[in-house]
Design a protein. Structure first.
Length: 461
């Protein structure tokens, strides 16, 4: 009897630890809750280790859990010998998904100034529920309740000093409506979609914070976007350095860091969104040359760079630097950051390096007399040797863009708004636009991950 009790306790405790459950009731509850759940087939960043709730995995989890409990009970009483009962395979491997490859690709793509596309980030069931939510909000657009309503919106760049009534056009712009995971009532239940969507997006945010070395990254802005035939979005940047915002600089405690869109577009059964027929593609303009993220030689000087773009220690990127290269295959671009913390109120340009100081200044200190980009800052006049012979490419050129010109040193890249896919890109470095929708509805849940603004001494005064 003593040996039976001991064997029962050993097998029972071990089995319950294997399945991460504590009672038969929790096993049965898990099985009944997820067996017919619509939230199957998702998996997120490996480093965060979110549950994988495919139906096969959850069924295996519940069945294995019940089998472990029965095995412990009968094994402890009928056969008081642990050696006679092999342990069931640990189900943790089935409950988690290793996506280190996704993490590496995500980091590499964003650091190279491009759009990262995560296909099938959510399944058809979640997409359908979110689309139904959008439809219900559109139907109630003219209701008298106090909830936010869909409104016409064009430019997403709040830094532009353009009156709102002149930014948007009722016939050629999208409609947007702010949403939040913290809103009360039924809305938060739909957005959470059983908690799955919020956990997935939070896991991506946590992973990006580590991969991009942005420790204060957090969810801040989120909205539904509806683009009907004729709607488009002009070329723009989502964020820029505070010193380049004119009167609006340094007024916000946080700034946009990573832009994201989760596409929910209407698609015909069994067919993906067809950009040639339906339009609506996201067109971005990444650098035409690879981004140097390690060692590079500039004017005979060998520099060991830090793998960062967009932001470095609170300073934002303002330029791409193109050093001379002996062969076209060795041509690269380097991110240039603007230091606005000089003690006398001036600014300076630098490269982020792995040196003890962390910076290689490529310009003299100079005042920003006209930071409005109208007509623009002549950065090249302030460069020091050996960087005078390097090419400079502005991140933002409104005058050129208004004439239809391409961003300097860039190449167009199109991303289809396929339902269920998640796209992410750096908010500071990547000019982008949305081409006009020809047919269908281009739907998305979109937003920005913010990070804290670091005030320079003169701004804090």
């Amino acid at each position: 009897l003593f040996l039976s009790i001991v064997a029962f306790l050993i097998i029972g405790v071990t089995s319950l630890q294997d399945c991460h459950l504590s009672s038969p009731r929790s096993c049965i509850s898990l099985y009944s809750s997820y067996k017919d759940s619509p939230f199957g087939n998702f998996e997120v960043d490996s480093e965060i280790k979110l549950p994988r709730t495919t139906k096969s995995a959850t069924e295996n989890l519940a069945v294995s859990s019940l089998r472990n409990i029965l095995r412990a009970f009968f094994g402890g009483i009928v056969l008081p010998s642990v050696a006679l009962f092999p342990f069931v395979k640990n189900v943790e491997a089935d409950a988690e998904v290793d996506l280190r490859i996704t993490s590496a690709a995500l980091q590499k793509t964003i650091l190279n100034g491009r759009v990262f596309v995560w296909d099938d980030f959510i399944n058809a069931s979640i997409s359908s529920q979110l689309r139904d939510h959008i439809d219900s909000l559109l139907i109630n657009r003219d209701s008298d309740d106090s909830r936010p309503k869909f409104s016409v919106s064009g430019l997403s760049n709040k830094a532009l000093d353009i009156p709102r009534e002149k930014q948007f056009d009722d016939k050629s712009d999208r409609m947007v409506r702010p949403v939040s995971f913290e809103m009360d009532g039924k809305e938060v239940e739909v957005l959470q979609v059983g908690g799955v969507l919020h956990r997935k997006l939070s896991a991506v945010r946590t992973s990006l914070s580590r991969l991009l070395d942005r420790p204060t990254l957090r969810e801040e802005e989120m909205y539904y976007s509806v683009s009907l035939p004729g709607a488009s979005l002009k070329r723009h940047l989502d964020e820029r350095h505070e010193e380049l915002k004119g009167r609006r600089g340094w007024l916000s405690p946080s700034r946009r860091s990573v832009s994201w869109l989760l596409f929910l577009s209407d698609e015909e059964a069994g067919k993906r969104w067809d950009c040639e027929r339906q339009g609506g593609q996201l067109r971005s303009y990444p650098p035409s040359r690879p981004v140097a993220l390690s060692e590079v030689v500039v004017g005979g000087e060998r520099l060991q760079l830090r793998p960062v773009v967009g932001a470095h220690e609170g300073d934002l990127q303002v330029l791409w630097l193109s050093p001379e290269a002996p062969r076209p295959s060795e041509e690269v671009v380097l991110p240039v950051f603007l230091d606005s913390s000089r003690p006398d109120g001036t600014v300076a340009l630098y490269l982020a390096t792995a040196s003890p100081s962390g910076r290689r200044y490529i310009s003299e200190d100079f005042p920003l007399v006209d930071p409005s980009f109208r007509p623009g800052v002549r950065w090249e006049r302030h460069l020091k040797e050996p960087f005078l012979r390097c090419g400079l490419h502005l991140l933002e050129e409104p005058a050129l863009w208004a004439k239809g010109g391409l961003p300097q040193g860039s190449v167009p890249q199109d991303t289809a708004p396929c339902c269920g896919s998640l796209v992410l890109f750096d908010s500071v470095t990547l000019p982008h636009e949305v081409l006009a929708v020809s047919s269908g509805r281009r739907l998305a849940l979109a937003g920005w991950l913010h990070e804290d603004v670091v005030l320079p001494p003169i701004a804090s005064h």
